[in-house]
Design a protein around this ligand. Structure first.
Ligand code: NAD
Length: 379
C-alpha cells in the first residue's frame, strides 16, 4: 500500500505559502507515494494546480477526503480545529506547531489521537540541517526585513558620487546575528550600506566579520546549550544597553532579530534610545512576533514615534511565498526520508534522534515534555 500524503491550502489569514511545491511532489510520486493537493493549495505562492497535476498529484476540492484519506498531512501552519476534526486517529501531521502558543490545538490533536511532528522542535544537529525550516524561513525573513528597512528609509543605502554631489552611505545596525541577522547583514552589504552587527554569542563575531561588517562586542559570551543564547544577567543587560544605545543613535536603519528560544524576545531598544535617533530613521523589528526587541513595536503595524518609523512585520516568509515554499518543501522532502522507508512504507519506530526530538504527540499522549507540562499546568 503506498503512503498517502495530503497538501491542504493554508487557511490562516495572511499565509501565502504552501508546504509542498510541484517539483518535490514529482520526486515523491516517482518513488511511489500518492499525493493529493487541495484546489489552489499553491496558487498564492505562485504554484498553480496544473503544476501539481503534471507532477502526479490528484487535485481535489473535497476537504473531508483530503484530510480523512491521508496517512500524512503536510502543512505550514498548525492544523485548525476543523482540520483536526476531519482527520482520522493515527494520521501524522507535520507543520510548524508553535505548541506553547497553541495549547488548545495541541489538546485537541491529543484527544483526536493524531501523531504530530512540530518542525520548530527539530534538533539543530548537522544531520538535520537539510530539514531545518527555522533556518530556511529565517533566511527569507532576514532578507525581507532588510528590504522593508530600505523602503521605509528616506536615504540611499550605497555611497554615490554623482554630478549632484556625493552621497554618504547609510549606516545599518543588525541586532542579533543568528540565521536571520546574518542574512540581513549580507543583504545590506550588497545594497552598499555600512553595516554593524551585534550578538551576545561571541562565535557570531567571526561570522559577522566574514560578511564584511563590524562586530559590536561586549565582554561577555552568553552562548548556552545547543549554540543558542541565554538570557543576560541584570549587570550584563546594563552593559548591553549602554553599547546598543550608542549604536542605535548612530544608525539610519536598525534591523533587530534577537531571540531566546522559548522566551519573550529581549528588549534591546528603549523609547529613550529611539528618541535619540535622527528623524527619518527606521527600526524593523523582526522579533515582533514574540513581543519585539523594541519596546515601542506594535506587532503587524508600522508606526512613527519621535520621527522614527518602527515596523513590526509578522510572518515575513509569507511575503516571499514562492521561494519560502520552495525551501520549506525541500526541508520536508528531507524530513520525509525519516518517515517513509525506501520501499515506500511508513516508519513506526520514532527512536531516531530527529523524529524523537520533533515528536509533539502520538497515541493520545503529548510526548514533548515542556508542552505536556504547560498543558498540565493550564488545565
Ligand atoms: P534565534 O532566532 O534563536 O536568535 C537570533 C539571534 O539573537 C541569536 O544569534 C542569538 O544569539 C541572538 N540574541 C539573543 N539575545 C540577544 C541579545 N540580548 N542581544 C543580541 N543578540 C541576542 O537564533 P537562530 O538564528 O535560530 O540561531 C541560533 C543558533 O543556532 C546559532 O548559534 C546558529 O548558528 C545555530 N544554528 C545551528 C544549526 C545547525 O547546526 N543545524 C542551524 C541553524 C542555526
Amino acid at each position: 500500500m503506498p503512503v498517502h500524503i495530503s497538501i491542504p491550502r493554508e487557511v490562516t489569514p495572511g499565509e501565502r505559502r504552501v508546504a509542498l511545491i510541484p517539483e518535490v511532489v514529482k520526486a515523491l510520486t516517482k518513488s511511489g507515494t500518492q499525493i493529493a493537493s487541495e484546489t489552489n493549495a499553491g496558487l498564492s505562492a505562485g504554484y498553480p494546480d496544473e503544476g501539481y497535476t503534471a507532477s502526479g498529484a490528484t487535485v481535489t476540492g473535497d476537504r473531508s477526503q483530503l484530510f480523512g484519506g491521508a496517512e500524512i498531512v503536510l502543512k505550514i501552519q498548525p492544523p485548525t480545529m476543523d482540520e483536526i476534526a476531519a482527520m482520522k486517529a493515527g494520521t501524522i501531521v507535520v507543520a510548524l506547531m508553535n505548541a506553547s502558543r497553541n495549547l488548545d490545538l495541541v489538546a485537541r490533536m491529543r484527544d483526536a489521537k493524531l501523531t504530530a511532528f512540530a518542525l520548530e522542535l527539530l534538533p539543530r544537529i548537522t544531520r538535520a540541517q537539510s530539514m531545518d525550516v527555522l533556518s530556511s524561513q529565517a533566511t527569507v525573513a532576514g532578507y525581507r526585513a532588510t528590504l522593508i528597512g530600505a523602503e521605509l528609509s528616506p536615504k540611499f543605502l550605497p555611497m554615490l558620487t554623482t554630478a549632484a554631489g556625493t552621497i554618504r552611505p547609510a549606516k545599518v545596525l543588525i541586532l542579533g546575528a543568528g540565521v536571520a541577522g546574518l542574512m540581513a547583514i549580507a543583504t545590506v552589504k550588497r545594497l552598499g550600506a555600512v553595516v554593524e552587527g551585534y550578538d551576545v554569542r561571541r562565535a557570531a563575531g567571526e561570522q559577522v566579520r566574514s560578511l564584511g561588517a563590524r562586530f559590536l562586542e561586549l565582554q561577555i559570551n552568553a552562548e548556552a546549550a545547543g549554540g543558542y543564547a541565554r538570557e543576560l544577567t541584570d549587570e550584563e543587560k546594563k552593559q548591553e544597553a549602554a553599547m546598543v544605545a550608542k549604536a542605535v543613535a548612530d544608525a539610519d536603519i536598525v534591523v533587530s532579530t534577537a531571540a531566546i528560544p522559548g522566551r519573550k524576545a529581549p528588549i534591546l531598544i528603549r523609547d529613550d534610545m529611539v528618541s535619540k535617533m535622527r528623524p527619518g530613521s527606521v527600526v524593523v523589528d523582526l522579533a515582533a512576533e514574540t513581543g519585539g526587541n523594541c519596546e515601542l513595536t506594535k506587532p503587524g503595524e508600522t508606526i512613527v514615534v519621535h520621527g522614527v518609523s518602527i515596523a513590526g512585520p509578522l510572518n515575513l516568509p509569507s511575503q516571499l511565498a514562492y521561494n519560502a515554499s520552495q525551501m520549506f518543501s525541500k526541508n520536508l522532502q528531507s524530513f520525509l526520508t525519516l518517515l517513509i522507508t525506501k520501499d515506500g512504507t511508513l516508519v513506526t519506530d520514532y527512536s531516531d534522534e530527529i523524529l524523537a526530538g520533533s515528536l509533539l504527540l502520538s497515541g493520545g499522549t503529548v510526548r514533548h515534555k515542556p508542552t505536556a507540562d504547560l498543558l498540565a499546568g493550564g488545565k
